[in-house]
Design a protein around this ligand. Structure first.
Ligand SMILES: [Zn+2]
Length: 154
């Protein structure tokens, strides 16, 4: 596992932030994710939908959407080794583990989560090849996350 603050493509993080805002406007926790397959150029997006489905975290939904594309296109690859995940909030242990199992190449996240065991710790336990790049557009992602938290939990 490599942990770095190397600057990634901000374009996808901007997209993740826009998706997070959409979810927030619909009353969901404003967490947005973008999964990019750099080999096939497929891009999927999702925001948290945990209001009605507890496990419907943005990252899990992205993994599911990309899996559907792989199935439809009859790609033989079982894993997401050419995929990078961009997410506005640090992934929770469930999502970090799922991305590790699917062998997502890189995770870029915005603001750190203070609620969970760190994503890096989970990936460290898994001894995964998934790389983590943290605090991308951190302030803006923090503001998106927390402005909606205040609306949902006054
Ligand atoms: Zn999660």
């Amino acid at each position: 596992m490599l942990v770095s603050t190397q600057f990634p493509s901000l374009r996808y993080m901007q997209l993740a932030m826009n998706v997070a805002r959409q979810g927030g406007l619909l009353g969901e926790l404003s967490v947005g994710a973008v999964l990019v397959d750099h080999k096939t150029a497929h891009i999927v997006t999702a925001y948290n939908r945990t209001k009605h489905e507890i496990l419907a975290h943005a990252e899990i939904l992205c993994l599911q959407k990309m899996k559907i594309i792989y199935t439809q296109k009859q790609y033989s690859e079982k894993y997401f080794i050419n995929c990078d995940m961009y997410v506005t909030l640090e992934p929770c242990p469930m999502c970090a583990h799922a991305m590790s199992l699917m062998r997502v190449r890189r995770i870029y996240y915005g603001t750190p989560s203070i609620l969970n065991v760190s994503c890096k710790t989970v990936l460290g336990y898994n001894n995964t090849a998934t790389e983590v790049y943290d605090e991308i557009n951190s302030t803006e992602c923090h503001n998106i996350t927390h402005s909606m938290f205040h609306l949902l939990r006054p």
